[in-house]
Ligand binder design. Structure first.
Ligand code: AVI
Length: 362
């Protein structure tokens, strides 16, 4: 492992046991009990999530991969050469390999992930595959990054990569705050390549989050096992079950852990009473229409440049640029991106008529 493969320690920090404890107590004390989804992703949770990505019912991963493969030339051209590529929530960096193979003269790759062991293992593997690439892994809660590590080669621009529709795991106002931070980290001339899951009927969405093999259930229940292990809580895992309905009003999948009986759970000096049927919300997964996401991006300081869909129009990949202040051309930014983006007139590829495209319920 070379010098550049050491985790950058000072820029972002992974959540500590104290963070988990205080956030769990705060979440379980609310009228609608919650546990923050970031705590689903410890080492075991990250591995289970990798298994979810392979499930037949879970279409986002393979669909996004297909879109990236189909449009890699155009995507690489839009990103351009000599970029510093920053991946938020890099996991196994599987999707990035394809991008790194096609991008020209990459100034450096910065994978950011909350799970240190997985981050280091995949960074080490990438370093073998791309020996001349500078890789600066950052173990951190990617929602909490205040600066990015420098690269030895001066980048022409910084482009963030946020695949997998993880943006859907933020409630919309939090998504705007998170994207605003990315826009400021990328700075003038920056870009964002992002995967966004689309609104579609329940009959497709719900099986994706309630798989027959029970992998998602195990993933969800894992947060209770982690609270027992790390915080000394006494959740009885056999008295909670996984349920993930689609809430059409909010346009989101909601992951619940439903108490199957009346019970009391102890955590630190706190007691949490559950009625039978009462649930803890562990994750939201918002789905977007194209104009709906373009509006959210605009609120966040990004303008949509281009979007791509798969042939069944299940998933979208979008390229956004950090927006110039109104009417002002930014110094040193790429003139290619001065075209104003009209969200009424979005360009997208995908030739099939969209079977779900009512596009009014954003
Ligand atoms: C990480 N994130 C995009 C996944 C999703 O689809 O919202 C997390 C997940 N939860 C259950 N299945 C997948």
């Amino acid at each position: 492992m070379n010098e550049s493969m050491l985790l950058s320690p000072s820029i972002g920090v992974p959540p500590s046991r104290e963070d988990f404890l205080s956030e769990a107590i705060a979440g379980l004390s609310q009228p609608q009990k919650t546990l923050p989804c970031k705590f689903l992703y410890d080492e075991e949770g990250s591995q289970l999530f990798n298994e979810i990505c392979e499930l037949e019912e879970y279409y986002p991963t393979r669909t996004e991969n297909q879109i990236l493969r189909d449009h890699i030339k155009e995507i690489s051209t839009l990103i351009g050469s000599e970029c510093r590529l920053v991946e938020f929530g890099s996991g196994t960096s599987t999707k990035t390999r394809h991008l790194l193979t096609h991008l020209r003269n990459v100034a450096g790759y910065i994978p950011i992930d909350i799970s240190g062991p997985q981050l280091l293992a995949s960074a080490a593997q990438l370093a073998d595959e791309f020996p001349s690439l500078e890789i600066n892994p950052l173990e951190a809660d990617y929602g909490d990054i205040s600066a990015l590590p420098d690269t030895k080669q001066k980048p022409r621009r910084t482009v963030a990569f946020f695949p997998g529709s993880t943006i859907g795991n933020f409630d919309p106002d939090a998504a705007v705050a998170f994207l605003r931070n990315i826009a400021s980290l990328c700075g003038n001339n920056g870009g964002l390549l992002i995967g966004v899951d689309r609104k579609k009927p329940k009959r497709i969405l719900e099986p994706a989050y309630n798989d027959r093999k029970g992998v998602t259930a195990k993933f969800n229940l894992g947060i209770l096992a982690r609270a027992n292990r790390e915080l000394g809580a006494d959740f009885d895992l056999s008295a909670f079950c996984h349920h993930a309905p689609y809430n059409e009003t909010h346009g989101r999948i909601e992951m619940h852990l439903v108490s199957t009986r009346r019970q009391t759970v102890h955590l630190d000096s706190h007691e949490f009473a559950f009625e039978e049927g009462e649930y803890i919300t562990t994750e939201h997964s918002y789905k977007y229409t194209l104009p709906g996401f373009a509006r959210l991006a605009l609120r966040s300081g990004f303008a949509l440049v281009r979007s791509w869909l798969d042939r069944n129009q299940l998933f979208s990949v979008m390229f956004l640029r950090v927006a110039a202040r109104q009417g002002v051309l930014q110094k040193n930014s790429n003139p290619l991106f001065y075209r104003p983006t009209n969200i009424q007139n979005l360009r997208q590829t995908g030739t099939n008529p969209n079977p779900y495209s009512k596009e009014k319920n954003v």
